[in-house]
Design a protein around this ligand. Structure first.
Ligand code: ADP
Ligand code: MG
Length: 696
C-alpha cells in the first residue's frame, strides 16, 4: 500500500502492512474480511496510560501500573523447560529500582538495548526473592515513535493468534478508512436520539481523546459511552427492522382459515373441567380472531408459571382440528411432552381428537405408524419433542404449530417445524417473564397476548430461606406436610458439568433422605434415567405412592402436579432467578398452602444472599424481571441475555434495554415513512438484518 492512496472501508485486510495470506485467513475465520470489519472489532477495555507512577509508589501485588524510566540492562537465559526463554532486567526511575521479567519475548532484548527512556505497562507481582517485580510488561520506547504513552490504550479481544500490541497497531493503521465510512442512520434519527455519528463513535472507541474526564472513562468501561450506545442502537435497529420485514413477509400469504361456530363453542365448554379466567378468555378471543381469516397467526402468549397457558393452547388447537387442519405441539423436554400428551388426551376425551406422542421414547414400530399417519393426514394431532422436526416427519396439511416454553428452543428448531407446512398458524407460549416493552422489542414479529391473572383459589406460595443448620427441622416439616397430604420436590443444581456425576450425587443423597424420612417413599428423577423409569416415578408421584421426588433440574419447566406443595431448592445460590421462579412454580398449583424452601449453601456470597432475599420477597415473575433489570448488576441471573438473540455483538439487553425499546419505535416510524428498506439495506453493511433467530 503506497502512502498517498486512501484506505477505504471496503478494502481487504491484506491491504494493511503485516497482513499476508496467513493472517488474512485467520482474520477471515473471525468474520473480518475488510478494513470496515476490522474497525468494528471493538476494544474490550482501555488501559489508562495517561499517568505513570513512581516505583516507590507501587505497593500492592497484582496492580496494573505504568512506570516511566530506564532499563538498567537485561540478560536472557534459558529456563529448564527447553523452549522457554526468560529475559530479566532492572528498571529504574527517579524514585528507585524494580526487577522485571519477561517470558518468551523474542526480539525484545535488542529493542531494549537501543531504547533510552521507556514506559512499561504491566502488573506488579511478588518476586520469588521478595519485593515486587514487573511481569511481562508491555514496553514502549519513548524515543522510537511509539504512540500510546499518555493515551487510553485500547485492549482488543484476541483473534485466534492475533492480539496484543500487534492487533492494536493493525487496527490503528486501518483507522484512516474511517473517513470514507458511510453512516447508515438517517441524520434526523441520530439527532433525535442524541447519538454520535458512526465515524465519531468508532474513532472514540479506538482512540478515546486523552483529555476525557473520569466519568467518560467510566462510561467507556461500562459500555455506556455515547459510542457504545450508538453501535448498540444500530444493531438493535437492524434487528427490529429485520423483524418488521419478517412480519411483513409472513403476512403476504393467507393462513389456514379456522372459523368458530356453535358446535365448536359447545364442545369447548364441555371439555373444560373449570371456568376460564378472564385473562384466559381474553387471550383466547385474541387467538380466535387471528385464526378466523387473513394472514397466519403469529402470537406469543406470555403468562407466569401456573397461569394456565396450556388450556388456552388446547382450545386453540381444538379450533384448528375442528376446521380439519393438522395440529402439532412441541415441548422442550420428554417429560413435558409426555405430560402434555396425557393431559390433552384427557381434555379431548369427549371429542373425536386424540393426540399422539412423538418423542425419542416412542418405539420404532409405533413411530413408523405415527409418521405414516402424519404424512397422509389420518393422524391430525401430535404432541412431541424435537423428534417432530426431524426430516422423517412430513405433515400433510399442517394448520397450526404450538410451541410450549419457547425460550427453550433455538429459532432454527421453531422454523423447522413451521416450515413443514404452508404458512400455518403459530402459537408460542412462554413463562419467561419479560417486561412488556422488551417483549415487544424482542418478539416484534409476533403479536403479544398476556395472561395476567391466576386461576382462582390459589394461595400465594410462601418462600423461606434456610441453611444447613435448619435441616433437622426441615425434615420434620416435610414429614408433617406429607402426613397432611402434601408432596415434596427437592431439586439439586447441576453440580458437575456431567449428568452422570449429578445422577450419582442425587442417588446418594436419596439414601440420606430415606433415612431421614422413614416411612416415606423417596424417588430420584434425573436426565440420565430411562424415559419409562422417569414416567413411572412421575406417575407414582401423581398418584401419591411416591411422596418425595429428588431431582436435578429436569423438572424445571412445565411439570404440573397439583398435589405438590413443597419445593425445596438445594444450593439455591447456584440458580438464576428465572430458574428459581420456574422451580417455585411447580408448587402452588392446587388449593392448598404451598412452600418454597430456599436452602443456601455455606459458601454463598453476600450478593447471592441478597438476590435470594429479593426472590423470596417477590412472588410475581414479571416483578422479578423488572427488579432484575433495576438491579442490573448480576446480569446473567435472570437470563435476560438469553431473551435476545445470542448473537447481538454490541447490544446487551441488560445495559441497553431502553435503547432496545427506542430502536423498536424507530423501526416503526421508518416503516410508516416507507424508509425501512433503505435503512435496513444501509445497516446490513455492518449488522445482520436477517432475523434467522426469531420465532417465525
Ligand atoms: P402454565 O401456564 O404454567 O403452563 P398450566 O397450563 O400448566 O400452567 O396450568 C396450571 C394448572 O392450573 C393446571 O393444573 C391447570 O389445569 C390449572 N388451571 C388452568 N386454568 C385454570 C382455571 N381457569 N381454573 C382452574 N384451574 C386452572
Ligand atoms: Mg406450561
Amino acid at each position: 500500500m503506497t502512502g498517498d492512496q486512501r484506505l477505504r472501508p471496503g478494502y481487504s485486510v491484506d491491504s494493511l502492512k503485516g497482513v499476508g495470506v496467513a493472517r488474512s485467513r485467520l482474520l477471515a475465520a473471525h468474520g473480518i474480511h475488510t478494513l470496515g470489519d476490522l474497525l468494528f472489532h471493538l476494544p474490550l477495555r482501555w488501559e489508562d496510560r495517561r499517568r505513570w507512577v513512581l516505583v516507590e509508589e507501587i505497593e500492592e501485588s497484582g496492580s496494573s501500573v505504568a512506570v516511566r524510566g530506564r532499563i538498567m540492562g537485561v540478560f536472557s537465559r534459558r529456563a529448564r523447560r527447553r523452549f522457554l526463554t526468560i529475559l530479566e532486567g532492572v528498571f529504574e526511575d527517579s524514585s528507585g529500582r524494580m526487577p522485571i521479567i519477561w517470558f518468551n519475548s523474542r526480539g525484545l532484548e535488542t529493542r531494549l538495548q537501543q531504547a533510552k527512556t521507556v514506559v512499561l505497562y504491566g502488573v506488579a507481582r511478588a518476586a520469588p526473592k521478595g519485593g515486587l517485580q514487573l511481569v511481562n510488561p508491555e514496553v514502549e520506547a519513548m524515543d522510537q515513535g511509539d504512540r500510546w504513552v499518555g493515551a487510553l490504550v485500547p485492549v482488543y479481544p484476541i483473534l485466534g493468534t492475533i492480539g496484543g500490541p500487534f492487533l492494536r497497531r493493525l487496527i490503528c493503521s486501518a483507522m484512516p478508512a474511517l473517513d470514507d465510512l458511510r453512516d447508515p442512520l438517517p441524520e434526523a434519527v441520530r439527532r433525535q436520539l442524541d447519538l454520535p455519528d458512526l465515524r465519531t463513535a468508532l474513532r472514540d472507541l479506538h482512540r478515546p481523546a486523552p483529555d476525557i474526564d473520569d466519568r467518560a472513562v467510566a462510561a467507556l468501561a461500562s459500555r455506556r459511552s455515547p459510542s457504545h450506545l450508538r453501535l448498540a442502537f444500530d444493531e438493535l435497529l437492524a434487528f427490529s427492522l429485520g423483524l418488521a420485514q419478517l412480519r411483513g413477509r409472513r403476512r403476504m400469504a393467507p393462513g389456514p382459515c379456522c372459523g368458530v361456530d356453535d358446535v365448536i363453542r359447545r364442545r369447548a365448554v364441555s371439555m373444560l373441567p373449570f371456568q376460564l379466567t378472564g385473562a384466559q378468555r381474553r387471550v383466547l378471543g385474541e387467538i380466535a380472531a387471528d385464526l378466523e381469516a387473513g394472514p397466519p397467526m403469529a402470537r406469543l402468549v406470555q403468562g407466569d408459571v401456573g397461569s394456565g397457558k396450556t388450556v388456552v393452547a388446547a382450545l386453540a388447537m381444538l379450533i384448528a382440528l375442528e376446521n380439519n387442519h393438522q395440529v402439532v405441539m412441541m415441548a422442550p423436554t420428554e417429560l413435558l411432552a409426555v405430560q402434555h400428551q396425557a393431559g390433552l388426551e384427557r381434555l379431548f376425551q369427549g371429542t373425536p381428537w386424540t393426540p399422539e406422542l412423538l418423542s425419542g421414547s416412542v418405539g420404532t414400530a409405533r413411530r413408523r405408524e405415527i409418521l405414516a399417519g402424519l404424512a397422509d393426514a389420518t393422524c391430525p394431532f401430535v404432541v412431541g419433542t424435537h423428534a417432530l422436526i426431524q426430516d422423517a416427519v412430513s405433515l400433510a396439511n399442517l394448520g397450526m404449530v404450538v410451541i410450549d416454553e419457547q425460550h427453550r428452543f433455538g429459532t432454527v428448531q421453531r422454523r423447522a417445524l413451521v416450515g413443514k407446512g404452508v404458512s400455518p398458524h403459530l402459537l408460542v407460549m412462554t413463562a419467561t417473564p419479560i417486561p412488556r416493552s422488551l417483549a415487544l422489542t424482542l418478539y416484534g414479529d409476533l403479536d403479544l397476548s398476556v395472561i395476567d391473572e391466576m386461576p382462582p383459589g390459589r394461595q400465594p406460595i410462601r418462600t423461606e430461606i434456610r441453611d444447613d443448620g435448619a435441616r433437622e427441622r426441615l425434615n420434620q416439616f416435610l414429614r408433617w406436610e406429607v402426613e397432611q397430604g402434601g408432596r415434596v420436590f427437592v431439586v439439586y443444581p447441576l453440580i458437575e458439568a456431567s449428568e452422570s456425576i449429578d445422577a450419582r450425587a442425587v442417588t446418594e443423597y436419596a439414601e440420606e433422605m430415606r433415612l431421614a424420612l422413614p416411612g416415606l417413599r423417596v424417588e430420584v428423577l434425573h436426565g440420565r434415567m430411562d424415559p419409562s423409569d422417569r414416567d413411572a416415578v412421575l406417575q407414582g408421584f401423581r398418584s401419591g405412592e411416591v411422596q418425595v421426588i429428588l431431582a436435578t433440574t429436569v423438572i424445571e419447566v412445565g411439570i404440573d402436579v397439583p398435589e405438590a406443595t413443597v419445593m425445596v431448592i438445594e444450593s439455591a445460590e447456584r440458580f438464576g432467578l428465572s430458574q428459581l421462579h420456574q422451580l417455585r412454580g411447580r408448587v402452588g398449583r392446587g388449593d392448598r398452602q404451598s412452600w418454597c424452601v430456599v436452602m443456601v449453601g455455606a459458601g454463598a456470597s453476600e450478593a447471592a444472599r441478597r438476590r435470594l432475599a429479593r426472590f423470596a420477597d417477590t412472588p410475581d415473575g414479571f416483578a422479578l424481571a423488572e427488579a432484575d433489570l433495576e438491579m442490573r448488576g448480576p446480569g446473567e441471573l435472570m437470563g435476560i441475555r438469553q431473551w435476545g438473540p445470542s448473537h447481538f455483538r454490541f447490544a446487551d439487553l441488560l445495559i441497553h434495554h431502553d435503547l432496545a425499546v427506542r430502536a423498536r419505535a424507530t423501526a416503526r416510524d421508518l416503516n410508516n415513512d416507507g424508509e425501512l428498506p433503505v435503512v435496513a439495506e444501509a445497516l446490513s453493511r455492518y449488522h445482520r438484518t436477517e432475523v434467522e433467530f426469531s420465532a417465525g
